[in-house]
Design a protein around this ligand. Structure first.
Ligand SMILES: Cc1ncc(COP(=O)(O)O)c(C=O)c1O
Length: 372
C-alpha cells in the first residue's frame, strides 16, 4: 500500500520541532518546573491574567467557533490599521504559510527562500510538490538582494518567503532592501513573527512593519503571530494581511473551524489589554541586550546581534560543537536551548530571552560547559 503515497511525499524530510516539555523533563529526570526553557522563543510569562480568567469562563466551548473569526478580525483591524476584509486568522502563522502556498503552488512551481531561515517555508513548499530555490544569506546573515533579484528573474518563483526579523539569527533587513524586493515580479511574504521586539520599531514594531502597505500592493503578504509577544504559543493563533485577490481564495480553501474558541477569545482579550504587554516586551528586549553582552563576555562564544526575543550564538571554543553544548546544558544543568543540525549552523545555538532573574543560570551553565 505504501506505493499509494504521493511520490513527492515518500521521502520528504520531516520538520524537526522541539521535543515536548514534559517529555524532555522525564528524559533528563527533572520535574518540568526545574527546566529553564529557552529553546522555542516562547514568552516566559505566559498569557495575561485577564486571558486566563476569560479562558476559565469560556461560555461556549461546546459550540463550533466563528469560521470567520469576525470579532478577532475587527480587533486586529483596529490594532493594525488594515481593513478586516484583508485579514485572515489562522492556527498560528504556520497554518497561514501552508494555506497560502496551497493557494498558489502547482506541482513543479518554485518558491525562493534565503537560508538559514525558518524551516516551515521549505517544509510547506515541499508538501505542495514545489521546488525550493535558495539564495543563501551572507556571512553576517544579511540578504543578498542582487542575487535574489537575479534568481527571481531567472526562475520566476511564485513566492519569496522572508522572516523579517529572521529566525534563527534575529537580523532585520533594511527598509530599502525590503522595498527593492517588493518591486520584483513575485509574491513577497514577510513573516513578522518577531516585529514587536525590534529596537527602533516603536509600539508593536509599527515603524518597521510593512503590514500597513498590504492594501496598497498586489504582491505583498504580511504574517504575524500571538505566539511570541503575547504568550499564546500553545493556543495556536496567528494572522496575516493579504491582497484581496488572495483573500477570496483563502476563504474558500481554509478549514472552516481552523481557529478554536479558546484561541479566538485569548487573542481578543490580549488585544483589549495590550498596554499591559508593552513593559513586558520592553523587558524582554532588555534581556536580549543583556544576553548579547553576557554571552560576548564568555570565552568560546560569539553572539550575533538580534532584533528579536532570542540570540544566535556561535560556539568558537576548540573541540566543542553546538550539539555537544546543547546536550550538556540540558543533561547537566536542565537548560534547554535550540540546536540546528544544518550546514552552517552546527557550531551555533539559538537561545530565547527568558525572565531576567533566570538568565544568570544560563550564563553559569554555559561557563561550566565551556570551562570558561
Ligand atoms: C519566523 C517565524 N514564523 C512563524 C513562526 C510560527 O508562528 P506560529 O506559532 O504563529 O505558528 C515562528 C515560530 O518559531 C517563526 O520563528
Amino acid at each position: 500500500m505504501s506505493s499509494w503515497i504521493r511520490p513527492h511525499l515518500r521521502h520528504l524530510p520531516p520538520y524537526e520541532p522541539v521535543e515536548p516539555y514534559e517529555v524532555v523533563a522525564a528524559r533528563v529526570g527533572l520535574p518540568p518546573e526545574r527546566l529553564l526553557k529557552l529553546d522555542a522563543n516562547e514568552n516566559p510569562y505566559g498569557p495575561l491574567p485577564q486571558v486566563r480568567e476569560a479562558l476559565a469562563r469560556l461560555a461556549y466551548p461546546h459550540i463550533y467557533p466563528d469560521p470567520e473569526s469576525r470579532a478577532l478580525r475587527a480587533a486586529l483591524a483596529e490594532f493594525t490599521g488594515v481593513p478586516a476584509d484583508l485579514l485572515m486568522v489562522g492556527a498560528g502563522a504556520d497554518e497561514l504559510i501552508d494555506l497560502l502556498l496551497r493557494a498558489v503552488l502547482e506541482p513543479g512551481d518554485a518558491v525562493l527562500v534565503c537560508p538559514p531561515t525558518f524551516g516551515m517555508y521549505a517544509f510547506d513548499a515541499r508538501i505542495n510538490a514545489a521546488r525550493v530555490l535558495t539564495v543563501p544569506r551572507r556571512a553576517d546573515f544579511g540578504l543578498d538582494v542582487a542575487a535574489i533579484a537575479q534568481a527571481v528573474e531567472r526562475h520566476r518563483p511564485k513566492a519569496l518567503l522572508l522572516a523579517t526579523p529572521n529566525n534563527p539569527d534575529g537580523s532585520l533587513p533594511a527598509r530599502h532592501e525590503i522595498e527593492a524586493l517588493l518591486d520584483l515580479p513575485t509574491l513577497v511574504v514577510l513573516d513578522e513573527a518577531y516585529i514587536e521586539f525590534v529596537d527602533d520599531g516603536g509600539p508593536w514594531g509599527r515603524e518597521r512593519s510593512f503590514i500597513a502597505q498590504v492594501p496598497r500592493r498586489d504582491n505583498l503578504v504580511v504574517l504575524r503571530t500571538f505566539s511570541k509577544w503575547a504568550g499564546l504559543a500553545g493556543l495556536r493563533v496567528g494572522y496575516g494581511a493579504f491582497p484581496a485577490w488572495l483573500m477570496e481564495v483563502l476563504w474558500r480553501i481554509k478549514q472552516p473551524y481552523n481557529v478554536n474558541v479558546a484561541a479566538q477569545v485569548a487573542a481578543q482579550v490580549t488585544l483589549q489589554h495590550r498596554e499591559q504587554w508593552a513593559p513586558v516586551v520592553d523587558r524582554l528586549r532588555g534581556v536580549r541586550r543583556d544576553m548579547l553582552r553576557a554571552l560576548a563576555d564568555i570565552p568560546g562564544l560569539r553572539p550575533h546581534p538580534s532584533q528579536t526575543n532570542f540570540v544566535l550564538v556561535q560556539v568558537t571554543a576548540a573541540g566543542l560543537d553546538g550539539r555537544t553544548v546543547r546536550d550538556r546544558l540540558l543533561r547537566e544543568h536542565g537548560v534547554l536551548v535550540r540546536y540546528f543540525d544544518k550546514p552552517g549552523l552546527r557550531d551555533h545555538l539559538r537561545i530565547s530571552a527568558g525572565r531576567p532573574e533566570d538568565m544568570p543560570r544560563l550564563y553559569a551553565a554555559l561557563r561550566a560547559v565551556l570551562g570558561a
